[in-house]
Design a protein around this ligand. Structure first.
Ligand SMILES: [Zn+2]
Length: 203
């Protein structure tokens, strides 16, 4: 499998894949989108929520915010020495304490060790008497478990413009939601596919 970059942007990578076949490209696509771990808010503990949204609705909105962090230093909760109880190696703490009247945005979250990629994302409107006070934990996860941990999306075609029509050549587009650079996603996905193929051979 050979990779030749056609176009590179901050969150988008277009490349030509040669010496490949459809099942291999599809395995790479699944690995890139659903198997590369990224960070998202998982557990939310409310002390106060007098907004018009239920706790669960706010928790879902928080979970879907793409976050950026140095994920190489972090462990998946299930693989951590704390056995998923939650510690510094597998969790990033998040806090939010706001009073109305105001629109609460993603940028109002207090996070140490990670950053919100789209700070202007609205979370909830608070009226003058409304208050929101919560603590949350962001953890690594994969898109296989929940779509909030998807890295982005990836699609491919054959015989289009830059790629000459050939059964072993594919034009692939990989777009990241911003948690990881497309190049990093591709590298990690390639490692996952290689590992899976190795395990298959061993079996
Ligand atoms: Zn831990």
């Amino acid at each position: 499998m050979k990779i030749k970059v056609i176009k590179k942007e901050e969150n988008k990578l277009v490349f030509e894949l040669s010496d490949a076949n459809a099942s291999l490209v599809n395995s790479l696509r699944r690995a890139a989108v659903y198997k590369v771990p990224v960070l998202a808010i998982e557990d939310v503990y409310f002390t106060e929520n007098s907004s018009v949204l239920y706790d669960e609705q706010i928790a879902v909105r928080l979970g879907l915010l793409p976050l950026k962090a140095n994920v190489n230093k972090m462990k998946l909760p299930a693989e951590c020495t704390c056995k998923g109880k939650g510690c510094k190696k597998c969790q990033i703490k998040v806090e939010l304490k706001e009073k109305g009247p105001k629109m609460v945005y993603a940028k109002d979250l207090k996070i140490t060790g990670a950053e919100v990629i789209y700070p202007e994302t609205p979370i909830v409107w608070l009226e003058e008497t409304h208050e929101l006070d919560l603590k949350a934990a962001a953890v690594l996860g994969t898109g296989e478990e929940h779509a909030k941990w998807n890295t982005g999306w990836m699609y491919y075609s054959q015989g289009a413009d830059a790629v000459k029509s050939s059964p072993s050549k594919f034009k692939v587009t990989l777009e990241s939601w911003g948690q990881l650079a497309p190049k990093v996603i591709l590298k990690k996905a390639t490692e996952i596919v290689k590992k899976e193929l190795g395990e298959l051979k061993l079996k």
